[in-house]
Design a protein around this ligand. Sequence first.
Ligand code: GLV
Ligand code: MN
Ligand code: MN
Length: 412
Amino acid sequence: MTASFHEMWQELRPIGRNSSSGGYRRYAWTGADADCRAWFKAQAEARGLAYELDRNGNQWAWLGATGYQDVAPGDAVVTGSHLDSVPDGGAFDGPLGVVSSFAALDELRGRGTELDKPLAIVNFGDEEGARFGLACVGSRLAAGALTTEAAHQLRDGDGTTLPQAMERAGYDPEAIGPDPERLARIGAFVELHVEQGRALDLSGDPVGIASAIWPHGRWRFDFHGEANHAGTTRLEDRRDPMLSYAATVLAAREQARLAGALATFGKISVEPNGVNAIPSLVRGWLDSRAPDQDTLDTVINGIERAAAERAARDGVDLTVVRESFTPVVEFQHALRDELSAILAKTGERTVPVLGTGAGHDAGILSGTIPTAMLFVRNPTGISHSPAEAANEDDCAAGVTALADVLEGLACH
Ligand code: GLV
Ligand code: MN
Ligand code: MN
């Protein structure tokens, strides 16, 4: 572990960490997010990089340019990730990529490497979508995969809209929107990320290259029943949406198991949320992912059908809304092969190429610019939890691999 990596890690460590869970709560446009952003800006300035905040609140630190306007189309090599987290997330998902990007730049400077192309390090805003329900808002907006109008409608659990949250954090929500001019300057975006599974641990490799991301999405199931007294309402007189919800959770598991897919209800809200009241509304959010589109469609249709059948039996009204969707991402083969060749040349043994079910900004941008990902071994395989891990030697191997890749891509 280099001194610079260690120092950066120590500085970020306390930001947004909940002392009782040990997990991170770095949600978009909150105080913890502002502290992470201040940290990013300070890292850029400490290295003499040109700092830029784009129209969507993504942060950029440029070497060899004062901003994207200086860069010829397709010339920039960009690396980075995100600093926000899921509720009680781990330390590595996102920050490992940003910290490793700065550390890789330090390593290149230590090597005396002169880059021929402009390099940028980026922190994409609101990757996890923990607050407003939609993942990768910063990169989606930039790529035009989320319209300004739709973004303005996003609301958090307290009813605060995205524009209100941005305004309170000192940003201009009217500025958000597609950023094709900026993206056109980028020839390659490489995101380093902690692995969110155990493939590298099992293969015995510290670093891997991404092949593809499964198609995935989020669906909101609203089960509307009738609030009533838990102690006086006969079972046959109830319209209890919790029953319909519970049956739907089991159906989701069954559909996913049968199809070789994944389906998770990880978030729920209940109204009126009283221990002695039958709920009037149960709202559950389904996250589902599958190796291909047809399988995902089959799973979602099966879950919706089961939910509708059960809701009808319970006298409950059901509405299902797809809140977000990301189609399958097959990372560009040419760039992926280039990464493999660079890493093979610099003496590391053949780097495994692996797929993932996790979403990433690199996946969103892959439809617009060439993108690739490096994964760093996670010995627990756990992610979106404080148990997420990466050991020091593997983090160092990740930094060196990223430095090699940036050098290979940015030097003629
Ligand atoms: C983001 O990490 C996601 O895959 O949901
Ligand atoms: Mn994540
Ligand atoms: Mn991530």
